[in-house]
Design a protein around this ligand. Structure first.
Ligand code: ATP
Length: 208
């Protein structure tokens, strides 16, 4: 039987460059699970999760089968405990869904051998989902670089909005202590050689 592929996380704060760097890993044949996108899908398609969210917020939280995103965002913005309760429902559901998706990748015909998959999530340590993984890659960049990138990418966000999001994310220094691999995406060091080096190190980990 073929050995199971490794489960590798890729995380980093807002604007660090996770999605950009994942595109390179995808070119190397690595399947990518986009946790934030999947979380949004699960909130409208996972019956257990939908019922749990309705229990927490009331039936107003869904309208015509669609989650009332702005209404919920307003409630959790005003009440941090409610945000934590919502996260304690969504994060485990996403973690479980990633594991199922990871298993399915072994069944998908793949031109290259499946040695690892990537779980891309902004909140990896905060959610606790890093515990499901064999190792985590941190993509990191200085705060000012990240703010400038997000201002350029998202017309609707102000610097204050971005800083508010950063407040809810673990400081970079703490994540650096925990991650097994670090990619500095700081506009100074070339990223491609770093990505290839991390890829090689993961292949070594797989062989162990
Ligand atoms: P979020 O958590 O908000 O989803 P992210 O970590 O996935 O952010 P990206 O969307 O990959 O970050 O990158 C943020 C912006 O910065 C994008 O517009 C991207 O094109 C740009 N960017 C990322 N890395 C680089 C780089 N090395 N050089 C130039 N632009 C970059």
């Amino acid at each position: 039987m073929r050995k199971e592929a490794l489960k590798i996380g890729i995380t980093g704060g807002i604007g660090a460059g996770k999605t950009t760097i994942c595109k390179v890993f995808a070119c190397l044949g690595i399947p990518i699970y986009e946790a934030d996108k999947e979380a949004r899908w699960l909130m409208e398609n996972d019956v257990t999760l939908i019922n749990q969210i309705k229990q927490l917020f009331g039936t107003e939280s869904y309208q015509d089968g669609k989650i009332a995103r702005e209404w919920i965002a307003k409630r959790v913005f005003e009440n941090r405990e409610l945000l934590q309760q919502l996260n304690s429902l969504v994060h485990p559901a996403v973690g479980k869904h990633y594991l199922q998706w990871h298993q399915k990748q072994h069944l998908t015909p793949n031109r290259t051998p499946l040695l690892y998959t990537l779980d891309e999530a902004a909140l990896m340590y905060e959610s606790g989902n890093y515990q499901l993984l064999d190792a985590v890659i941190l993509v990191t960049a200085p705060e000012q670089v990240r703010i400038q990138r997000v201002l350029q990418r998202d017309n609707h966000r102000t610097e204050a909005d971005i800083k508010a999001i950063m407040q809810n994310q673990q400081p970079e220094e703490e994540k650096k202590q925990k991650a097994q691999f670090i990619i500095e995406n700081n506009n100074q060091q070339l990223v491609l050689p770093q990505i290839l080096q991390v890829h090689q190190q993961i292949l070594e980990l797989y062989k162990k």
